[in-house]
Write a protein that binds this ligand. Structure first.
Ligand code: C2O
Ligand code: CU
Length: 480
């Protein structure tokens, strides 16, 4: 049977993996092995759009109903070139759904693509049947209605594809969109809002000279996109902005900083607002992670600008990701309160488990490749557990692309707290409520979470989606 696992074996044995979009993805040699030449990437050639906000097709007393057609479309990713992409609703990335705590969102997803899909709400506390599990796919021509209760705190979520063995390709080709939950407490704080609350969906890509978007190994993906555009500029006012950063890369980490080295204020993570803001100068983010920051552009003055750069860029790409151009003054009554939120309590941990993630020779967790029919973990509803997660890879030679020795550990259903990294209590890098945590080569973390509020089948996996598609994923059943 030609599944991803066997293909990986074939690839490892130097076999016939050349048919695959991720041909040679495991290779760590420098760029040049992708198909044709990469399109020349001129930075700041176009304006950064903000993904459109989807309007409900209907509202009831308790729910907002949406309809999305998954379809192929063309997107101008590199200025002047048109790429075939897979989309939610024709947009690249997909439209943003704005949800309010306490009001249910119902999304009818219609698959007009030629691939299987499954829609997962990343960060969503939802029933198993609405979680978009790998085998719960929507066949081409089919549809499915997902229900999201939004009984959770305000947070920056996203929805993306999760179909068995296909999520990496589908997400790379465009199957991702934002889902923002707000709540009364967050709205009362006076943080920058409205047009001053801006999502930045950051991801790499490989655009060929003819515009083809090519899924290939990350060391050949030297295009960097924000909200679907290659290295754009964004016109801002001289005031504070709330920026919601997403690493939506399929296989890469980014290290983000303002090019002038100045500090910004981090206010949130995957699971929403921090308890208190923290000052940062750099953010290391792996696939799936979110960070919310406040940047005050008044310090640059009208006519000034500042670049967001990736100090983890490939040697074959530019570090610039996005340039903010300060073009006007604006009244700013927004504040960043010193107390932002209250975390839910973290009860005593009564169960311990450990997980070892490996890339080589196969994508595994504790030596096993994902099998949807095998239950890897059974957790009791309401139990708080302590998980030790280890990246078993060693660092690669300095200067060589190292993306496949990193892992990004993600749990469905619940949020966790990172308690320890490499045996030490955590610092600012690991603050907040998380659903995804970064593991560099050889690193380990201890994380704690309470399983619930639902029973049923869920997942944990690496959020380098080339890894999860290759089997670095486990099944967890939450039982009463
Ligand atoms: Cu964002 Cu199971 O994934
Ligand atoms: Cu991984």
């Amino acid at each position: 049977m030609l599944n991803r696992r066997n293909i990986l074996k074939a690839a490892a044995a130097g076999g016939a993996a050349a048919l695959l979009p991720w041909n040679n993805m495991l290779g760590n040699s420098p760029a040049g092995a992708a198909g044709a030449a990469a399109a020349p990437a001129v930075p700041f050639a176009h304006a950064m759009p903000v993904p459109r906000v989807l309007s409900p097709v209907a509202r009831t007393a308790t729910s907002d109903l949406y309809e999305i057609r998954m379809q192929e479309a063309k997107a101008e990713i590199v200025k002047g070139l048109f790429s075939d992409v897979r989309t939610y609703g024709g947009s690249f990335p997909g439209p943003t759904i704005k949800a309010t705590q306490g009001r249910e969102v119902v999304v009818r997803q219609i698959n007009e693509l030629t691939e299987n899909t499954a829609v997962h709400l990343h960060g969503g506390t939802v029933l198993s049947e609405h979680d978009g599990l790998p085998m719960d796919t929507i066949a081409p021509g089919g549809e499915r209605t997902y229900r999201y209760p939004n009984q959770q705190r305000a947070a920056s979520l996203w929805y993306h594809d999760h179909a068995h063995h296909l999520e990496d390709t589908n997400v790379f080709m465009g199957m991702q969109g934002l889902y923002l939950i707000s709540d009364q407490h967050e709205r009362s704080l006076g943080l920058p809002s409205g047009t001053y609350d801006v999502p930045l969906v950051i991801r790499d890509a490989r655009i060929e000279e003819d515009g083809t978007l090519l899924y290939t190994r990350p060391s050949d993906c030297n295009n960097m996109l924000v909200n679907g555009k290659e290295r754009p500029y964004f016109k801002v006012a001289a005031r504070k902005y709330r920026l919601r950063l997403y690493n939506a890369c399929v296989n890469r980490y980014v290290r983000l900083r303002l090019a002038d080295g100045s500090e910004f204020t981090q206010i949130g993570t995957d699971g929403g607002l921090l308890e208190s803001p923290v000052q940062r100068t750099e953010l290391l983010m792996l696939g799936g992670e979110r960070a919310e920051i406040v940047v005050d552009f008044s310090r640059y003055g009208v006519g000034g600008s500042v670049v967001l750069e990736n100090t983890g860029a490939l040697s074959t790409e530019r570090p610039e990701v996005l340039r903010f151009d300060v073009v006007r003054d604006a009244w700013d009554s927004s504040v960043v309160p010193s107390r932002l939120s209250e975390f839910p309590p973290l009860p005593a941990r009564t169960v311990e488990r450990s997980f070892e993630l490996r890339t080589f020779p196969e994508m595994t967790i504790n030596g096993l490749s994902y099998d949807p029919a095998r239950v890897d973990v059974t957790a009791r509803l309401g139990t708080t557990e302590l998980w030790t997660v280890r990246n078993m890879e060693a660092p690669v030679e300095p200067g060589k692309p190292d993306f496949h020795v990193w892992h990004s550990f993600h749990t469905h259903l619940t949020y966790f707290r990172v308690l320890e990294r490499n045996g030490q209590p955590v610092g600012v890098r690991d603050v907040g409520l998380k659903d995804t945590v970064t593991l560099g080569p050889g690193e380990s973390v201890k994380i704690a979470m309470t399983w619930g509020p639902y029973t049923g089948q869920y997942l944990y996996h690496c959020h380098q989606l080339g890894h999860s598609s290759g089997g670095q994923m486990g099944r967890i059943d939450v039982v009463a």
